[in-house]
Design a protein around this ligand. Sequence first.
Ligand SMILES: NC(=O)c1ccc[n+]([C@@H]2O[C@H](COP(=O)([O-])OP(=O)(O)OC[C@H]3O[C@@H](n4cnc5c(N)ncnc54)[C@H](OP(=O)(O)O)[C@@H]3O)[C@@H](O)[C@H]2O)c1
Length: 280
Amino acid sequence: MPLSPALNYPTVPLSNGLQIPVLGLGTSHDGGYSHDSIMYALTECGMRHIDTAKRYGCEEKLGRAIRESGLPRSDLWLTNKLWPGDYGYKSAKNACLGSCSQMGVDYFDLYLMHWPESSRHGCSNREMRAETWRALEELYKEGVCRAIGVSNFLVHHLEQLKEDCSVVPHVNQVEYHPFQQPSHLIEYCRQEGIVFEGYSPLAKGQVLSNHTVLQIAEKYRRTPAQICIRWSSQNGVVTIPKSTKKERIKENCQLEEADMNTLGMLHDGRHVSWDPTNVE
Ligand SMILES: NC(=O)c1ccc[n+]([C@@H]2O[C@H](COP(=O)([O-])OP(=O)(O)OC[C@H]3O[C@@H](n4cnc5c(N)ncnc54)[C@H](OP(=O)(O)O)[C@@H]3O)[C@@H](O)[C@H]2O)c1
């Protein structure tokens, strides 16, 4: 099957009118960084959406890959994230500008607060989230970030932010795969006009040996990873699988039809990444 041409990947509209490509490339530190795979994704597979974070430690390398790809900055969707160690008004602004300079770009398409908990003593998480969000609101108004959002925020975190601040987050990036389907949070985000973005769509590989997933993959003659990625995107969830291997990057770009309802039954509530449930 031919790969979809870059700009034909479907997009999801944000509340401010921007269109985020439904499929992006994960780049977290788990499993390491592969320059060849990123280059392959950008130049051979038409991928235009990269998800990274200061925490992943690869901003400089990604910046180099983007320049080597020769792609115009305006063709790319770059998401970066602010680590809790940089929370606070001034630190947040400095960290965002620092990340831009590490990657050699003037702006991010999306900038997220990575986690709802603050690491600073003497200030509640709620106060610190609000102070930090005000910095992101300014970065948004200044055009350094074309959209701003949060990650790992639950309904109560979002409700507090709504009371304390003025811009509603454009995106909430949360763990999402067949074993982790936070339907209440997804519904809340839809009602509030917040795009729900799912991370770890393959449950870091755990879902790929699940019996139901294997059966559906066999039925549709697709791989288990393709079934899971297609399931996310077909549910309107922006999805960002990560691989350090070219052949898997190619496989993960091929979005196909599958038996989505059956996968919807697999939720067992497990988290394979961190769990924000107990963050006040
Ligand atoms: N906001 C947050 O707090 C947060 C948390 C976690 C992740 N994320 C983001 O979400 C991205 C994706 O999540 P993730 O990296 O945790 O997990 P994931 O994408 O669910 O799974 C990645 C794992 O699956 C393997 N894999 C990838 N494609 C495969 C395929 N086609 N067949 C078999 N195995 C395959 C990879 O190994 P190989 O490299 O060996 O192929 C890797 O071990 C991250 O990279 C990051 O950008 C955000």
